[in-house]
Every structure is written in C-alpha cells, then in structure tokens.
Design a protein around this ligand. Structure first.
Ligand code: PLP
Length: 231
C-alpha cells in the first residue's frame, strides 16, 4: 500500500511542479511517519524514500536505532527546550523552531556535541491562536538574533496551514510565507539562507508546491490515517 501511495504522491508532486514551471528536483518529499511502525517506514524506505519526519522526540528516539542510518530525520513538531539534547545528533533539520530561547538551546547543545544544525523558523502566518510559531511581525528581529548563534544556520521558513477541506483556502498563507522569505532574503543577513520553504501536508501539498514549497510533509497520503484521537 505504501508503495502505491508513494507513486500517487510523487506523480502529484511532479504534476504540481510542471503546472508551476518548477523542477521536480527542487521539491523534497518528507514522509511523515509519526505513530507509524518501523515496518511501514521500511516499506517507504524500500521504495526509495530517505527523508522522514516525526513530531515527537520520544518517537524519534524509539525508531532511530531500528532503522537504517542513511535516513535523514526531520523534526517537524513543537520541541521543548529540555529535549533538544536527545535529538541534536540524530536529526538533520529542525523545522519547528518557534522561539529565540529554543534556538539558543539548539545552538548550545550543537556546540556541546560538536555538530551543526540546520533549522527552519516556524511562522504562524494564519495567526491561529492554537498554533506555535513566530508572528510575521516578530520574524525579522528573531532572524537577526538567531543568525548570531554558533553552530546553527537558518535555512528558511516553515508553516502549518489551517486544516481545511478546500486546499485553495490555504493558498494565501503559502503565498504569505514565500513573500516573508523573499523579504528576509533581501536583507542579506550573514549566516541566513532563505532557500527552503517547508509547507504543505496531505490535504494541500499541491497548492503549496505551486506557491514555492521546497519541502512538503506528507503523512496520511503515504501511510494512511493515524489511529489516535486529537489529530
Ligand atoms: C502530522 C504532520 C504532518 C503530516 O500531516 P498529514 O496531513 O498526515 O499529511 C505535516 N506536518 C506536521 C508538522 C505534522 O505534525
């Protein structure tokens, strides 16, 4: 099932790329494997996927040693500062940096472990109260502060759009995130790269690609529905 689903998702990514005059290789699919067992993750791995996303530190810790070491792990969920130390040498990118204090902690742990961490700043472009992330107006000051921290590099921005039935409703938020990233790129801040836009999930990744996504985070569309409440 995973293999068939992946084919559908890849075809849709390709179609969205060609509709918007983009190169397929500019968009990286992240298979969001949260709540899913190692066996299912291996099906995606055997179908060629290497980029996987999890939203909980505990879950990455449990799965990490059971899976091949050439997987690139992306932390995409809210991260508590006291848990940074557990994943600092395991994940390739943290997409969900939502405060200066979290960025400082990531920097501190990266220095301690002698590693470097690429991060994305999460922006709450839709301004939903329930969501984590910087507000648009806070972003520039945060970028400037974080750019001075050792052993972390800002590679771009991330957003989680509202849950909607018509993905077109989220187009404006994806567009807003891209505009923000262009504005920040134009300031030419040292150690800040605005090359990545992590946006789009199962319900809306095609629209996100049309609006410039470089990472799409797809869970349900690959692994099927998750069996827990509160999703
Ligand atoms: C769960 C999750 C996803 C994937 O959601 P689907 O709708 O299942 O594709 C993407 N991004 C984040 C941050 C998530 O927590």
């Amino acid at each position: 099932m995973v293999q068939e689903n992946l084919k559908v998702v890849r075809d849709k990514i390709e179609a969205a790329c060609s509709r918007s005059g983009r190169d397929y290789s500019d968009v990286t699919l992240i298979s969001v494997s949260k709540t899913k067992p190692v066996e299912l993750i291996m099906e995606a791995y055997n179908a060629g996927e290497r980029e996987f996303g999890e939203n909980k530190v505990q879950e990455i810790m449990e799965k990490y040693d059971k899976l091949p070491s050439d997987i690139n792990w992306h932390l995409i969920g809210h991260l508590q500062r006291n848990k940074v130390k557990y994943i600092i040498d395991k994940v390739n990118m943290i997409h969900s940096v939502d405060s200066l204090r979290l960025a400082e902690e990531i920097s501190k742990e990266a220095v301690k472990h002698g590693v470097h961490m690429d991060i994305l700043l999460e922006v709450n472009v839709s301004e939903e109260e329930s969501k984590f992330g910087f507000r648009c107006i806070e972003l520039y000051d945060a970028v400037k502060e974080i750019s001075n921290l050792p052993n972390v590099t800002i590679k771009g921005l991330m957003t989680i759009a509202p849950f909607v039935t018509n993905p077109e409703e989220n187009r404006e938020f994806f567009c807003d995130l891209r505009k923000l990233s262009v504005d920040i790129a134009e300031k030419n801040i040292d150690n800040v790269y605005m090359c990545e836009l992590s946006m789009g999930m199962t319900g809306d990744y095609e629209v996100a690609i049309e609006e410039g996504a470089t990472f799409v985070r797809v869970g349900t569309g690959i692994f099927g529905e998750r069996n827990y409440k509160g999703e």
